[in-house]
Design a protein around this ligand. Structure first.
Ligand SMILES: NC(=O)c1ccc[n+]([C@@H]2O[C@H](COP(=O)([O-])OP(=O)(O)OC[C@H]3O[C@@H](n4cnc5c(N)ncnc54)[C@H](OP(=O)(O)O)[C@@H]3O)[C@@H](O)[C@H]2O)c1
Length: 286
């Protein structure tokens, strides 16, 4: 692979929806972007593909040989909701990438999840809140964060809340069928548009490349935690849908995630609430 050594090179390992959006953003900023995943046919133009499986250490090491990356972003996601898939994708794959790098990057970013929090009392959480998840998913995500943060070079875990965006219309589809959330029990939901996930990562990468100080953890969520009741009823109104059923979410957690640290770092959200974000999805020309 021919890389321009004058430019900063960013490796995105697990270059899917968020990774590809980030990669496109970074290429417009003049950076070299390498997207690593098994199926590289789906990578957008401008991102140089490496086809590799994060679970195959020897192959990964061979494919990354001789490539120096200034920044590594680990954004793979587990193919299924099982302890085995989580361990293999978030912990083992991350270790494999770390051990495959020929030279240390300036900074490693790991895309984590607000699933590391156990709180369920509708209260606010931030980066300093305790994390005592009872679910395997949160426990393994925390282990992966620790793996990233214990490398010999600087690292940051970015905890995303519920990602929505183009082709991620699960909630809109549900409301389109006339199904909304009940008012009781209260359930707060925290969301972030896919483009803001990429925007946040690009913002933090710029800081790292400029040697500006970074925290080890950022909670990345929009300005507006809202109840599922409010979100789904607002959607029904936008879609002019008649409500025919109510069902509570299977996931019981209810907390409000704070983005104060991220905003104090200078990031401004393109979509500060679900209303701006879903309005753009419903009417892309707006
Ligand atoms: N969904 C949410 O609401 C949410 C919330 C919080 C955090 N997150 C986290 O946000 C991050 C980005 O999510 P996303 O939506 O961009 O995920 P995505 O679209 O599913 O992309 C993940 C990519 O990882 C690649 N991948 C998975 N296993 C791999 C392996 N063994 N080897 C190589 N590549 C592998 C997949 O490509 P191939 O199949 O081609 O290999 C896929 O393109 C993930 O870490 C996710 O856990 C998501």
């Amino acid at each position: 692979m021919q890389l321009n050594t004058q430019q900063h090179t960013i490796l995105i390992a697990g270059c899917g929806d968020v990774g590809s959006t980030l990669g496109q953003l970074l290429t417009t900023q003049g950076k070299e972007v390498i997207g690593l995943r098994r199926n590289i046919n789906q990578l957008p133009q401008g991102i140089q593909g490496i086809s590799a499986d994060l679970s195959q250490f020897d192959d990964l090491k061979a494919k990354l040989q001789g490539i120096h990356c200034d920044i590594v972003v680990y954004a793979a996601s587990a193919p299924s909701f099982t302890p085995e898939a989580y361990q293999q994708t978030y912990v083992d794959g991350l270790k494999n990438i770390i051990n495959s790098l020929d030279s240390p990057p300036k900074h490693l970013f790991f895309t984590s999840s607000s699933g590391v929090y156990h709180q369920n009392d509708h209260g606010w959480v931030d980066e300093q809140s305790p994390c005592l998840p009872s679910a395997f998913s949160g426990q393994i995500m925390l282990e992966a964060e620790q793996t990233a943060l214990s490398t010999e070079y600087p690292a940051t875990a970015v905890r995303f809340t519920g990602i929505y965006g183009p082709n991620r219309n699960h909630l809109l589809n549900r409301v389109s069928r006339g199904d909304v959330a009940p008012e009781s029990p209260t359930q707060f939901t925290n969301r972030i548009h896919r483009d803001d996930c990429a925007g946040v990562l690009a913002h933090l990468i710029t800081k790292a490349l400029n040697d500006e100080p970074l925290e080890t953890i950022y909670l990345a969520t929009d300005d507006t935690p809202a109840t599922m009741y409010d979100v789904t009823h607002w959607m029904a109104q936008q879609l002019s849908i008649k409500v025919i059923s109510e069902s509570a979410s299977r996931r019981a957690g209810s907390k409000r995630c704070s983005n104060q640290r991220l905003k104090e770092s200078g990031y401004s959200f393109k979509y500060p609430s679900y209303k701006e974000g879903y309005s753009a999805l419903l009417d892309p020309d707006r």
